[in-house]
Design a protein around this ligand. Structure first.
Ligand code: SIN
Ligand code: MN
Length: 201
C-alpha cells in the first residue's frame, strides 16, 4: 500500500520483504568492511550520534569545513563501494526512471543515536527526490515543513519501509527522534540502518 499526500512525501510500508531485507543488510555490512562506519563531525565540532558510510560515486560528508559530497572515504582515502543493484532498481522504480542516483548515505543507529531536524540541501538539483530505505529497529521519524518553525508530525519507519521525499516535500525538515531498541532482530548487534539514495551532482 502506498500512503501518498499532495506534498510529495510517500511511504511504502513493508516494501522490502523480510528475505530482501536480510540480503540487503548482509550486502551493506559486507561493503562496510571496505568503507567502515565512522561518526561524522558537524561543522560545529560535535561528533554525530549516528555512524555513517556511503555507497556510490559520491558520499555525503561533514567536518569542520562544512557539509559536502566527496568521492572518497575520509579515513581510507578509497572510493566508496558501488551502490547495490537492488537499490538502483528500487530508485528506478520509485524515484526516477531515467537518471540513476550517484550517492547513497548509509546511517547506522545504535543505542540512543538520533538525528536532529534538518533539510537535505547539499545536492545540486532539488528536482531529484530522496529515496529512503529503513532496515532493523523501528525509527520514530519526524517530518516538518519547508520552514524549521512549521508544525511537525511523527511517523514510525519500520524495517522494510521505503519512503520518498519528492516535490515540495523534497526540502521538508526531517529527523529521527529515537530508535525503538529491540523492535527488530535484523541487524547483528541491534539497531537500525537507513539508506538514502540521492542525486548529488
Ligand atoms: C537522514 O535524514 O539522513 C536519515 C533519515 C533516517 O534515518 O530515516
Ligand atoms: Mn536527511
Amino acid at each position: 500500500m502506498t500512503v501518498s499526500t499532495t506534498t510529495g512525501f510517500r511511504l511504502w510500508p513493508g516494501r522490502l520483504a523480510p528475505e530482501a531485507q536480510a540480503a540487503l543488510v548482509a550486502e551493506v555490512l559486507e561493503l562496510s568492511q571496505a568503507a567502515p562506519f565512522y561518526r561524522p563531525i558537524t561543522p560545529g565540532g560535535k561528533a554525530m550520534s549516528v555512524q555513517t558510510t556511503n555507497l556510490g560515486p559520491l558520499g555525503w560528508f561533514t567536518d569542520a569545513a562544512g557539509y559536502r559530497y566527496q568521492a572518497t572515504h575520509p579515513q581510507t582515502g578509497e572510493p566508496w563501494p558501488a551502490i547495490p543493484q537492488v537499490l538502483l532498481d528500487l530508485w528506478a522504480e520509485l524515484a526516477d526512471r531515467r537518471t540513476p542516483p550517484d550517492a547513497c548515505l548509509v546511517n547506522l543507529y545504535r543505542g540512543d543515536a538520533r538525528m536532529g531536524l534538518h533539510q537535505d540541501r547539499d545536492e545540486a538539483d532539488f528536482s531529484f527526490p530522496v529515496l529512503s530505505v529503513s532496515l532493523g529497529d523501528t525509527a520514530v521519524f519526524r517530518l516538518g515543513g519547508l520552514k524549521r518553525t512549521e508544525p511537525t508530525s511523527s511517523t514510525r519507519l519500520s524495517s522494510g519501509d521505503v519512503c520518498l521525499l519528492a516535490g515540495e516535500a523534497r526540502l521538508f525538515h526531517h529527523g529521527v527522534d529515537r530508535i525503538l531498541a529491540g523492535s527488530s532482530r535484523l541487524i547483528p548487534g541491534g539497531g537500525r540502518i537507513n539508506l538514502t539514495l540521492r542525486r548529488a551532482a
